[in-house]
Design a protein around this ligand. Structure first.
Ligand code: GLN
Length: 454
């Protein structure tokens, strides 16, 4: 009830929820009380969560914040959300996001931007919460849920976590099932939690993760008790500092924060080593070929026949065209066009194939660092703190907006786990995050290291 009241009081301003489900929440909470009374409480019994609008939730609007899925109510539940309900969690509603998870500011949502609960000192300017999981991050930061699900294809968990002073982890590709999560770029998409602290993120990920016969890329490995890793010593650990992440134009404050993080880890007993990830500079351009290519294919299913919106036309082709023209927003159309172009005969070899080769090289950079004994890598999470909603420069130049993802996309390209932890405030009083990157399926290492920083 307290969370529902908080949502009612604040959502008009923050716009974090696109659908609120108070009846369902109360019904689930009642069932939780009953299980609790019987001594059968699950790991998340009664914990109220917000769910990113990308996860299919049975009989509850699921639209990826796109008009093309207008009023779509799935008849099925995503594996990740089912896992949470099986552990007793309670659903408060569906959270705002960039349309089809394409964006870094939550401004591409059909339901309008999310307002970051943080403001710069002495300023009333409305700031973005980051994206695409902007609703998830803002809801957690503003206490409009105890934790949230999110997804990360190229930074969409870690960047909004950094912009809102919350913790977000993108687990290793394959750790969580993608079944029932609306697809953006299938070889990059991973679900993960956004939470108020490292412990909550560890508890939530344990519940979300599972192998799943319905997603053949999910991996059959035991899911460790991540919470147990917290408080373990960092003695004997090697933390790599990649020189390629010192990018031109990065604010001095972010450099300082990074150095601060390095000294905290040193003080906790870790050894710091300089490493090189030489292909880093190609990650962003390669990502913006691979992700749109996969998106153009995944989004072909929205044809006005099977889901959501339909705009009638004089024949079926005309109906497809009118539906897609009306239903998709500008950024989604841009991605479909780029993706279709790079996959087309004549350009496939020059762009898509080349980007896939670059991806292999990026993955190899990390493998070499890990083989040389590095246990985890520390970098800034973002090249800036939260920026203004409607920033003209970013709106006019999509490539500038894409630069937000410069530190995060490498991790998706390599399929590795990445965590963003709040590490301090900048001179404007806005949160900044540090990113930890780990070996495949070694999320525990990230949790225990992040716990030292938070
Ligand atoms: N900002 C990136 C993009 O727009 C990342 C999105 C994501 O991780 N879902 O593609």
């Amino acid at each position: 009830d307290a969370y529902i009241q908080a949502i009612e009081a604040a959502n008009d301003v923050i716009n974090a929820y696109v659908t609120v489900t108070p009846e369902k929440a109360r019904e689930m909470a009642k069932a939780s009380d009953a299980r609790y009374a019987e001594g059968k409480a699950g790991a998340l019994e009664g914990i109220p969560l917000g769910i990113k609008d990308l996860f299919a939730t049975r009989d509850v609007h699921t639209q990826a914040c796109s008009d093309i899925l207008n009023r779509f109510k799935p008849k099925y539940e995503s594996t990740v959300t089912q896992n949470l309900w099986d552990d007793g969690a309670v659903m408060l509603g569906k959270l705002n996001m960039d349309e089809f998870a394409m964006g870094s500011s939550n401004e591409t949502s059909h339901y309008g931007p999310v307002v970051n609960p943080w403001k710069a000192k002495g300023s009333d300017e409305k700031l973005v919460p980051g994206g695409s999981s902007g609703g998830s991050a803002a809801a957690v930061a503003a206490h409009l849920c105890a934790g949230a699900t999110a997804t990360d294809t190229g930074g969409s968990i870690r960047q909004p976590a950094a912009f809102t002073g919350t913790v977000g982890i993108k687990p290793t590709y394959g750790r969580c099932s993608r079944w029932g999560t609306i697809a953006f770029a299938s070889s990059l998409d991973q679900a993960g939690p956004i939470a108020r602290d490292v412990r909550d993120a560890a508890i939530l990920l344990k519940s979300m993760a599972s192998v799943d016969a319905k997603d053949t890329t999910s991996v059959d490995l035991p899911v460790p008790d991540y919470e147990a890793a917290l408080g373990q010593s960092l003695k004997g650990m090697k933390i790599g500092i990649p020189k390629e992440y010192r990018v031109d134009g990065m604010p001095g404050e972010i450099e300082t924060l990074w150095s601060q993080g390095i000294s905290w880890l040193k003080d906790a007993g870790a050894e710091i080593v300089d490493i090189s990830l030489p292909h880093t500079k190609y990650a962003l351009p390669a990502y913006y070929i691979v992700a749109p290519a996969e998106a153009s294919s995944n989004l072909a299913r929205y044809d006005g026949v099977r889901y959501g919106l339909r705009v009638d036309g004089k024949d079926i082709a005309d109906m497809y065209e009118k539906t897609r023209a009306a239903g998709f927003g500008t950024e989604v159309k841009r991605r479909i066009m780029i993706g279709t172009y790079v996959l087309s005969a004549g350009y496939y070899d020059a762009y898509y194939l080349q980007a896939q080769k670059v991806r292999t090289l990026i993955k190899r950079d990390f493998e070499l660092a890990f083989h040389a004994g590095v246990d985890a890598i520390l970098t800034p999470a973002t090249p800036s703190s939260a920026f203004a909603i409607g920033d003209k420069e970013l709106a006019a130049d999509p490539v500038k907006m894409y630069l937000n993802d410069i530190f995060t996309v490498t991790v998706n390209m390599a399929g590795l786990p990445g965590l963003s932890v709040p590490a301090g405030l900048d001179s404007k009083g806005l949160p900044l995050g540090l990113q930890l990157i780990g070996k495949p399926f070694e999320e525990e290492t990230l949790f225990k290291t992040a716990h030292v920083i938070e």
